[in-house]
Ligand binder design. Structure first.
Ligand code: G1P
Length: 294
């Protein structure tokens, strides 16, 4: 029987140089889309998928993330005295249950595979999720929940995938797909290459930052082999597991925004604002008016 996915890793050690100066003293994962930090969207998605243990792989300067998910005495006290019940509910909802959260550090930025490896003692031999907060997914049913449900049927490892323009393959892990299976959302993974040039890419099917990974990946990550960019790549360790455990790409329903990129981040802010009853009308009226005047 397939083991249930109970634990999730959030690699949040990256420097976020693409968003300087905003990220000089603030973690990039704390950048807000509308009024919620990126990392909170990822945590909420994991909770909606039934995750019980939240493991953050942090680094220097990431204290704000720990504080964000903790109890804030001053704020709680001020809001209570002012009788701001709606805001109290907002901050209470963010808190993760006691004992459900662990922070571990990645001492050096040696790659995504290395970040995941840093959490190896907290996982053990069971499938676990990895969520990259930069990839924000707007969906009726949260992306990881879609994947966990599909994973219960097939087990092994599973990665979220979507088609990207051929010119963009060098930004992603790219899948070499096997032949179609009964569930059209599932793509058997026959090969996996990290950031290939368009001419070397086996397809245009790209890995998006949601993974369910079989515990056996740690034996591969232990080898600390470096790949693209001289980094220890999660993609490479996963590729070496092909054939050992079932391995599927999952075409999720939803729209993904690359919030590690300025344009993607701005688009996410607009898309999420347009979904908000308190903001949608204003944004819709403002955009054409302002664009015409520019
Ligand atoms: C990482 C992974 C890559 C994946 C991407 C999704 O790359 O290494 O395989 O396609 O996330 O966002 P990064 O964006 O951290 O360079």
């Amino acid at each position: 029987m397939t083991k249930r996915v109970r634990k999730a890793i959030f690699p949040v050690g990256g420097l976020g140089t693409r968003f300087l100066p905003a990220t000089k003293a603030m973690p990039k994962e704390m950048l807000p889309v509308v009024d919620k930090p990126l990392v909170q969207y990822a945590v909420e998605e994991a909770r909606a998928a039934g995750i019980e243990q939240f493991i953050f792989v942090t680094g220097r300067g990431k204290q704000a993330i720990e504080d964000h998910f903790d109890h804030s005495y001053e704020l709680h006290d001020v809001l209570t005295r002012r009788d701001k019940r709606d805001l109290l509910a907002v901050i209470d909802e963010i808190k993760l249950p006691a004992g459900a959260v662990t922070y571990t550090r990645q001492p050096e930025a040696l790659g995504l595979g290395h970040a995941v490896w840093c959490a190896r003692h907290l996982i053990g031999d069971e499938p676990f999720a990895v969520l990259l907060a930069d990839d924000l997914i707007l969906a009726d049913q949260p992306c990881l929940k879609q994947m966990v449900d599909a994973h219960a049927g097939v087990g092994g490892s599973m990665i979220a995938v979507m088609d990207v323009p051929p010119a963009h393959t060098s930004r992603y892990g790219i899948v070499a797909p096997g032949s179609a299976v009964a569930d059209p959302r599932l793509v058997p993974v026959q090969g996996l290459v990290e950031k290939p040039k368009p001419e070397a890419a086996p397809s245009t099917l790209a890995v998006i930052g949601r993974y369910i990974i079989d515990g056996s990946v740690f034996a591969e990550l232990d080898r600390k082999q470096t790949g693209a960019g001289g980094e220890i790549q999660l993609t490479d360790a996963l590729a070496r597991l092909i054939g050992q455990v079932p391995f599927h790409g999952f075409r999720f329903a939803g729209e993904r925004f690359d919030c590690g990129d300025k344009v993607g981040f701005l688009e996410a802010n607009l898309a999420f604002a347009l979904k908000r009853p308190d903001l949608a009308q204003h944004v819709k009226a403002f955009l054409p008016r302002y664009a015409a005047a520019c």
